[in-house]
Design a protein around this ligand. Structure first.
Ligand code: ADP
Length: 294
């Protein structure tokens, strides 16, 4: 890999229960992976497979029981001063982040992180306004609003702006659209794509929604019972529908349909994996059939 920003080597994490013995849980078992700078990866797997535990190592919230994790050149098990830098470089949006909005204005909420970084007022202001614009909440209209008056999707984008205002090089999102309605989800992903393209930030997405990860992620990592069982580009992973099912997952409906059509003898090119590509390929086939009949 050219320029990995996250590298784990033999990462194992065991949660220690206060009571000794069988209550120990190995949540991650010997995970070695690399994530390329500037790309978007998704960690997928059923509930309890270890996704949250894994990404909490990427910003130093958890430390390895054994093995190592390097993030943007920082050893997460290293000095505590390094871990403070790490928290700024690897920004994390937790599940249901709107629960953590507490200031009276959107501006104050987004400014919370940069203020703690002790930046100058003028720099804080620039970061807040830029972050609001990036998430599609124009600052002229939203900065002075009360966050509690906003829609669910807007609140979540305020929380995202709060993370972006710290100018992280890695953005970690744990199930970022859970609980949003269809419009809220679509808007969130539209702005996320824009942020990725404009800021060149590396995005690590935890999700169980295969359709969403198929449009966003350049690479998928599949976890099952704490182990990394498969990794690759979405189209090659989704082509292995039966294997995925063994791990409690299912490829998006379109990929399932394409697999069935291929199994049924239709010769669809390998690169067909999106709805548009499927339309084009099928339209092309119909023209040939129609011509054949004439
Ligand atoms: P996922 O994010 O894929 O749902 P998690 O990383 O949350 O998975 O959990 C992986 C495993 O570790 C699960 O069996 C879970 O019950 C266990 N686990 C998670 N957090 C703790 C904790 N704080 N203490 C003990 N066990 C935990």
């Amino acid at each position: 890999m050219k320029d990995p920003i996250i590298i784990t080597r033999h990462l194992t994490h065991t949660y220690q229960s206060k009571n000794a013995g069988p209550l120990q849980k190995t949540a991650l078992d010997d995970i070695s992976l690399e994530i390329e700078r500037g790309c978007c990866v998704a960690i997928i797997g059923v509930t309890g497979s270890g996704k949250s535990t894994l990404v909490q190592h990427f910003n130093g919230l958890l430390r390895p029981t054994s093995g190592s994790v390097m993030v943007d050149g920082i050893d997460v098990d290293g000095k505590s001063a390094d871990r403070i830098i790490l928290r700024q470089r690897a920004g994390m949006l937790f599940q249901f982040p709107e629960a953590q909005l507490f200031e009276r204005s959107v501006y104050a909420d987004v400014a919370f992180g940069p203020r703690r970084m002790r930046l100058k007022r003028k720099d804080i202001r620039k970061r807040v306004l830029d972050a609001l614009d990036l998430v599609g909440l124009p600052h002229e209209e939203f900065a002075m609003r009360n966050p509690f008056e906003l829609s669910g999707g807007q609140k979540r984008r305020v929380a995202l702006a709060g993370v972006l205002a710290m100018t992280p090089s890695i953005l970690i999102l744990d199930e970022p659209t859970v609980g949003l309605d269809a419009d809220g989800r679509e808007d969130f992903y539209t702005y996320l794509k824009r942020i990725k393209e404009q800021q060149g930030v590396t995005v690590v997405l935890v999700s169980h929604d295969m359709a969403e990860v198929s449009t966003l992620a350049d690479r998928l990592f599949v976890l099952y019972d704490g182990q990394l069982v498969m990794q690759g580009e979405p189209r090659s992973i989704f082509a292995r529908g039966e294997t995925l099912r063994a791990w409690g997952l299912a490829a998006p409906p379109l990929n399932e349909l394409l697999s069935l059509l291929r199994k049924g003898g239709m010769t669809l090119p390998d690169e067909v994996s999106t709805l548009d590509e499927a339309f084009d390929a099928l339209k092309g086939m119909r023209t040939i059939t129609e011509k054949g009949q004439v």
